[in-house]
Design a protein around this ligand. Structure first.
Ligand SMILES: C[S@@+](CC[C@H](N)C(=O)[O-])C[C@H]1O[C@@H](n2cnc3c(N)ncnc32)[C@H](O)[C@@H]1O
Length: 208
């Protein structure tokens, strides 16, 4: 999976296809991170969550782990004003070795990039990077259980996964919900917000 090719276009593509919807989902539970001082965002990409987080919490530190140098360049530009509080690490998540433990983990539209087997490894690896007491903010696409919203979401997913397969060689062919994996690692769901007729989900999880 290589997002470099998309990096220069990511901002305008998001604006045209989704307007402010994805950013609203990324930041829906932002205030729940109050009191977290050392936060990890993985697959941070173009830095939209990072910029909102750093602006909202002027004393917190953020580490962004991201595999694409092109995305990091865009993200660094976006968070330049807060550069003393944000560290960008260019690494593939499963090869990344945390230098410290974090009190919050954030994944925005990242876990939905992986097929089931890899997703289990990713969740396991990231859960190990958290303090014993840690929160995890997960924002991803969602497939509702039934009804018209499910049909609509299936059509959107089909388009989206086909596009990303061609554009960045995305390994996932469909969405794998991460909830059970988080529960297996001791996380309990604190708050859930679904939006866009069940197409987007933002969950706030806590362990310990
Ligand atoms: C769908 S984009 C989401 C970007 C951003 N978080 C957002 O909210 O739009 C997925 C991001 O994860 C990064 N990524 C994909 N696989 C990765 C991996 N194995 N390790 C680290 N980053 C990865 C990509 O480079 C890309 O920036």
């Amino acid at each position: 999976m290589n997002f470099d090719r998309l990096a220069p276009h990511y901002d305008w593509m998001e604006a045209v296809t989704a307007g402010a919807r994805l950013q609203r989902a990324r930041t829906h539970w932002l205030d729940a991170l109050a009191g977290c001082h050392n936060v990890l965002s993985v697959g941070e990409g173009h830095g939209r969550f990072a910029a909102a987080f750093l602006a909202r919490f002027p004393h917190a530190k953020l580490t962004c782990v991201e595999a694409s140098p092109g995305m990091i360049e865009v993200g660094q530009r976006r968070t330049h004003a807060c550069r003393e509080r944000v560290r960008w690490e260019c690494a593939e998540v499963l090869a990344w070795q945390p230098r410290e433990k974090y009190d919050a983990i954030v994944t925005c539209f990242f876990l939905d990039c992986f097929p089931a087997e890899t997703l289990a490894q990713v969740v396991d690896h990231l859960a190990g990077a958290g303090e014993r007491k840690v929160v995890w903010l997960v924002t991803d696409f969602l497939l509702p259980n039934s009804g018209l919203s499910r049909l609509r979401a299936r059509a959107v997913h089909a388009l989206m996964y086909s596009f990303f397969r061609v554009a960045v060689d995305l390994p996932a062919r469909r969405l794998t919900p991460p909830a059970r994996l988080l529960q297996d690692h001791g996380f309990k769901l604190q708050s859930r917000h679904d939006s866009e007729w069940g197409l987007l989900r933002t969950d706030f999880w806590r362990r310990g």
